[in-house]
Design a protein around this ligand. Structure first.
Ligand SMILES: [Zn+2]
Length: 113
C-alpha cells in the first residue's frame, strides 16, 4: 500500500509549513481525496498517529473530503459525473471520455496554533 508514503508526504508538508510560519502545533489537517485516487482514508487514519508521533502534527484532527469524479466527453462535450464505473458517455454513448477530476490527493488546509 502507498498510504504510508502518502501519510509521510502530509507530514513533510506540515514540517515545511512550520519552517515558514513557525507554529507550535497543528490542530487540524484538511485533505482532499479523489474518488478514483485509490487512496483509502481509513489507512491514512491508521498511519497518521504513527507518523505524526512527536511532531507538531501529533494529535491533529484529520478531515477528509472526497472529490467526486468528473468526466468530459470528446464527442458531445458532456461534462459531469456519470454513473460510477460507467465506461461511456451518458449523453451520446461515446467511449471517448476523459477523467478531469477524481484522482487528486492533497492537503487543502492546515489549522495551526
Ligand atoms: Zn458524449
Amino acid at each position: 500500500m502507498h498510504e504510508l508514503a502518502l501519510t509521510e508526504g502530509i507530514l513533510s508538508i506540515v514540517s515545511s509549513e512550520q519552517k515558514k510560519s513557525a507554529f507550535a502545533r497543528v490542530l487540524e489537517i484538511d485533505l482532499c481525496i479523489g474518488e478514483y485516487s485509490g487512496v483509502i482514508p481509513s489507512c491514512i487514519e491508521e498511519f497518521f498517529p504513527l507518523v505524526a508521533k512527536e511532531t507538531a502534527a501529533e494529535g491533529a484532527r484529520l478531515v477528509m473530503k472526497t472529490v467526486k469524479a468528473e468526466f468530459e466527453c470528446a464527442d458531445c462535450g458532456f461534462h459531469g459525473t456519470p454513473e460510477k464505473h460507467a465506461a461511456c458517455c451518458p449523453v451520446c454513448g461515446s467511449t471517448a471520455i476523459r477523467m478531469t477530476a477524481g484522482r487528486e490527493f492533497y492537503v487543502e488546509n492546515l489549522i495551526v496554533d
